[in-house]
Design a protein around this ligand. Sequence first.
Ligand code: GLN
Length: 492
Amino acid sequence: MTDLHRLSIRELSEGLKQAQFSSRELTEHYLKRIAHIDPKVKSYVTVTAEQALAEADAADAVLKSGNAHALAGIPLAHKDIFCTQGIKTTAGSKMLDNFISPYDATVVAKAKAVGLVTLGKVNMDEFAMGSTSENSYFGATSNPWALDRVPGGSSGGSAAAVAADLAPIATGTDTGGSIRQPASFCGLTGLKPTYGRVSRFGMIAYASSLDQGGPMARSAADCAYLMNVIAGHDSKDSTSVNKDVDDYVAKLNGTAVKGLRIGIPKQYFNVAGLDADVKARVEESLKKLEEMGATLVEIDLNMTEAYVPTYYLIAPAEASSNLSRYDGVRYGYRCDNPKDILDLYKRSRSEGFGAEVQRRILIGTYALSAGYYDAYYVKAQKVRRLIQQDFLKAFENVDVIAAPSAPTTAYKIGANLSPTEMYLGDIYTLAVNLAGLPAINAPVGFDKDSLPVGLQLIGNYWSESQLLSIVHQYQQNTDWHTKRAAIAEENA
Ligand code: GLN
């Protein structure tokens, strides 16, 4: 079988259950593709071939018994921010280059428990800070649609791996857009769940009040399968919410689009820097949804200008606190021959962290310091509440809100944007995290350079099922999600 990598998760699941192929064959197929194609894409930081084959054999045994979970034997890649027992977890940082976690993140443990096979760990911006994956200590990952372009970030390795068919599904995390923006840049479907839906236990912390894990895949249906595994309460994460989880797969075929009221924020489509092709493709997708029975309603989201400054105070403030644990004493990078304890702290942190991480630690420490705390941090928290209220008001009148996921398509590797230019590219994704809402990216076409464009749909709290179902119906009526980059068409 040469095109196992073209099958959807449902097809893989059925093929495995009917013994058309084994998990070992499927896993070997992906490992071979990774060996041949990933040197060009550079999505994996660590490939766990030996363990993957052992997991595949174990899954095959369960499949034979007839009692296997729908995902048993299907391979996946984990963003290198999820701790994996016995396997390096780097978070894209020199600081954790040799870090081996003594335990699995809950997301990883849940994936293992149903028999998903871990192919390896994929690249990301250092500590999830960035929008291109270029901030990784391990070097840049390429966008499968154009190898001289970035895949987006911070979950760029996850997006590139799936878009090049080097994994059928992947986990990602989203603190300010890191699932949706790389999904947009790589032509994938990616879901950022409601804050508290997916456990953060064992997920290396960037900004704890914003961080949330979620699925990245080719289609909403594939995302639904992975959500069924990773969603749910976890007593090891005090911010994980104890609330019933939907069967996301069973609920896909509702009538989500007919009668749906989609809010179109006036402010979002007048943002300076919104690319004309992105705008056109997003508007065409909305037209399609309208044809399918949705109603478009113009709405106001007045706080739009506050999104970037508010996020870039709160996220660095939390990061400065979270990253204080990397001090060269307990684990992680330690400088050579420290003179004294202060020298050990200083040099371990200056040598172990990259430039963007250091910038954010400095901004965050400043915003939290005595004398500036009220003016910056407390103020940002108040604005955060106003942003949330803005959304809640909008949801009194509409079911979901539409936006681009990013103002542009993927830019060139090494474009070297200034930090402010880079941060402004996050305009459409940050508010969702500040408010704790769920949102999904769906591919809706291409720009003049044949690069994918993404539509973002933002839902009310706990509306993951609805978002997946809307995109699923859109995908049954369109074929953007079936388009593959040339490199994905290559056979290994
Ligand atoms: N690009 C944003 C940042 O740099 C978001 C990153 C993320 O969601 N992890 O912080």
